[in-house]
Design a protein around this ligand. Structure first.
Ligand SMILES: Cc1cc2nc3c(=O)[nH]c(=O)nc-3n(C[C@H](O)[C@H](O)[C@H](O)COP(=O)(O)O)c2cc1C
Length: 214
């Protein structure tokens, strides 16, 4: 069937308008993070290896701590915060700039928090929480992954985002970072703005992994 050139032109215009709209919506979703501010830089108490589960997380604006506390409560795991020695800036734009440089240049920022080899031996499951940064895993998580021997342990990733709901490249990176571990391929993904109201979703997900202490 032949198409009327006027209809065809109109369809093209609609498609262009739709693409422009989606582009603006994505830009808005990303820049709306600019309203976010960093949380404190307090470490968790030193872990002791008294549980089989470690809940290691990285956070800048606090969502991952909220999620991780529920994961730790549901699993009976010990909390560990991955913190960089040279703290990330307090301004969002400065933080995204630094994060981009670290990712592009493969910089592993030095960490200020560590786990003793003795404690690490006791964990067989590591819940690993991080925010999606530049469609990927923050480089501090690389530093963490390269510091310890995770051979034979199970890694359970979870993340928060502000649009990259599938984590973009994050899962590929996690699998690369833990080559001798079993990486569970059903990450929990929570939009940052919904983190505070996602307790039940977090607990259900932990239960579905078979790691609930209840
Ligand atoms: C440096 C930086 C880069 C980000 N990159 C992305 C991204 O690529 N995709 C996305 O959906 N959100 C991105 N975000 C938003 C965060 O993933 C989101 O706000 C997350 O919930 C923050 O978690 P937190 O509060 O634990 O730091 C970025 C935020 C920052 C600070």
């Amino acid at each position: 069937m032949q198409q009327n050139p006027e209809t065809e032109g109109c369809m093209k215009k609609n498609i262009i308008a739709l693409i422009a709209f989606l582009g603006i919506a994505m830009l808005f979703a990303f820049t709306s993070c600019a309203a976010r501010t960093p949380t404190d830089t307090k470490p968790e108490e030193a872990v002791k290896g008294e549980s089989k589960v470690l809940v290691a997380y990285m956070t800048w604006s606090g969502h991952l701590r909220t999620l991780s506390e529920w994961v730790a409560d549901e699993t009976g795991g010990e909390l560990f915060r991955i913190l960089v020695k040279d703290e990330y800036p307090t301004e969002y734009a400065d933080t995204t700039d630094r994060a981009k440089t670290e990712l592009n240049q493969g910089i592993r920022p030095e960490l200020s928090t560590h786990i003793s080899a003795e404690a690490m031996k006791h964990y067989d499951t590591i819940y690993l929480g991080f925010p999606v940064w530049w469609y990927d895993v923050p480089m501090a998580v690389w530093t963490f992954a390269e510091e310890y021997d995770f051979s034979g342990k199970t890694i359970v990733p979870f993340f928060s985002h502000e649009g990259s709901s599938d984590g973009a490249n994050s899962m590929n990176t996690v699998k690369k970072l833990f080559p001798n571990s079993k990486v569970l391929d059903n990450p929990l993904s929570i939009r940052g703005s919904k983190a505070a109201s996602s307790e039940q979703e977090v607990r259900n997900w932990v239960k579905s992994n078979g790691h609930s202490k209840q």
